[in-house]
Each structure stands twice: as C-alpha cells, then as structure tokens.
Ligand binder design. Sequence first.
Ligand SMILES: *Cc1c(COP(=O)(O)O)cnc(C)c1O
Length: 357
Amino acid sequence: MRKHIFNAGPCKLPDSTLENVSKAVLEFGNTGQSIMEVSHRSADFQAVYEEAVALFKEVLNIPEGYSVLFLGGGASMQFCMIPFNFLKTKAAYVNTGTWSTAAIKEAKMWGEVEIVASSEADGFTYYPEFTIPSDVDYMHITSNNTIRGTEIFYDPTSPVPLICDMSSDICSRPVDVSKYAMIYGGCQKNLGPAGVTFVIIKDDFLNNVVADRMIPTMLRYKTHVDKESMYNTPPCINIFGVKETLKWVKAMGGVEAMEKLAIERADMLYAELERSKVFRPVVKEGSRSRMNIPFLLREGYESLEKEFLDFAKTKNLVGLKGHRSVGGFRASTYNACTIEDVKALVAAMQEFEAKHI
Ligand SMILES: *Cc1c(COP(=O)(O)O)cnc(C)c1O
C-alpha cells in the first residue's frame, strides 16, 4: 500500500511519473532498450531532453533569451559554480537558513560577501526584509527554506543580476522569470528524482563571467549552454523523470493550479496547528512556507515526540521527523502531496490529541 509521504527530498512524486519511469526502465519507447541503456545522443533520448526543456519553458512561462540546463552535482554544486563564474569583487546574499549559509560559505572563497539581511538571531523563523545594493556583482536569495519552513511569494525587482535557489518551491507558483538572471535548484523536491539539477540562466548574463579567472570546463556555465547540457553524459533517467513530472504539472492545470493546491494544503495544516492543544507551529505568520511546515509539541507535551512519530507510522504517514537542526516534526507538502495526504495527517494529529488531553 502506498504511504502518505511527507519526505523533504527526495519526496513524493506523481503516480504517473512512477508508472512511466518504470515502463521506460523496462523498455524505452519502441527502442528495445531501457532508458538506462540508450545513448544520450540518440534521437530518441534527444526528444526526451527537448520535451523536458520545452515543457519547463511552457509551464514556467520562461521568456526568450533564457537557457534551461539539466546538470549533475545538485544545488550544492551551484553554490560554488555561481561565485566561481560571476563573483568578481562583491556579491550580496540573504541568509535565511542552512542552504543559504552553505551558499555563502562557497561565495566567500571568491570575493567579498555582503549579508544584506539575516534571520539567524531569531532561529530563521521568519523571512527578513531586504534591500538590494547596486554595487555588487549579483544578489542571491533562497525563495523557500526547506529546513526552516519560510518562503517568499514574490519576485523581487533588482538593480543587479538576481539569482535564486528555488530548489524546494519551483513550479509551486507562477514566477516572473524575467526578474532573474538565474534560477536553479535540485530537482528532487518538486520536479523529479534526485540526481539532476535545473538551471534557468539568462543568456546575456553569461557575459558577466569573470574574464581573467581560470574556470574548469565542467564548472563553466557557458560550456553547458553551448552544448545544451550534453557536454558530458547527462543524468538520462532523471531527466526522463523530470519530463514526466512536468507533463503531470501541465495536465493538472499548470503552476496556477499547483499554487491553489499548495495554499489549500498549507492553510489546512496551519489551521490545525493554530487550533491544536498539543502541536504548535514554529514559523511566524507571513513567512510560512507552503512546501515545508515544521511543527513542535506544545509546552507540557514535549516528551511525546517519539510516540507521535510511531503513531503516525501506524496511520501510514511517513517522513514527518523534523530536521535534526530544528527538532520536532516537519511535513513537506510539495506539488505531488495531495489534499487527502494532508487530511490523513490532520486526522492523525486530532486522534493523537484526543488520547493525550
Ligand atoms: C535540498 C536543497 C538544496 C541542496 O540540494 P542538493 O541537490 O542536495 O545539493 C539546496 N537548496 C535548497 C533550498 C534545498 O532545499
């Protein structure tokens, strides 16, 4: 029986993705070969790649003048590639949690980093307001903080190239891509299986590369743009999975429909956290992510953590253990998470409450 999956990443994927990837593992189209066996340069695989790019452009309404890449290395590799390519003297970062902290650490190897805002002193429990300086090479933000559960829901206007880590909320709302020089993320939260990273990069921005720096071929964005992600062997099966998930997003009504469902799921769970006498929310109102919802036990009930996780398991709810840096619980409610999954969680929380008050 399929569980109610609240994993933070890798995470729940649509049934159609699982079914169609499974079929392609046994036989990819009519090729007589598995998707794991076919050449990445074959016409059949090229068609998969092109469909994935075309669907991404369509679903996210990516304008002309941008390239889409599917690379290896994870979002974490982007943390180093971005400053390696584009940090000449100074870059600005907003520090909103573990992932931005990791991005900042890499940037500091290549130049000065100005932290324009941080919510660290408050345990990253809100998304800080920020202004973007005009004297930096680029500005970096993290739109959704997977571990802390904070998110911004708008696309900032920036006087300098704006770069956003959208690993964990890509395709969960419409985005004005034209506001960004680059959007990137690991695919394993909203787009497909782990092992492939998406990069949406404005072609003009490639000219901002630090000219007098030796950058290894594989770490240069231009290498991958010029070769359309085929400079080396791309993660083929993962790209197939992304294509299937984007097909599903489109069939469901696109990012507008994804946003509506995301709001419905998050509102339902947050309403329960506000009401509950046993559980409480962590993140301040106004910053609450629709994708990752951390929660704790209220005062007097703190000792029930393991008991709730065990109880949740008996209700087929998995992936609710909080990140080790926050403790408690976290429900990740990405695109493929259904209203029924959230209803099952709320019902379990209420049954658990009734047993303990
Ligand atoms: C998961 C995550 C990452 C790290 O992604 P990897 O693909 O594992 O390197 C970076 N940023 C955010 C916001 C994430 O959620």
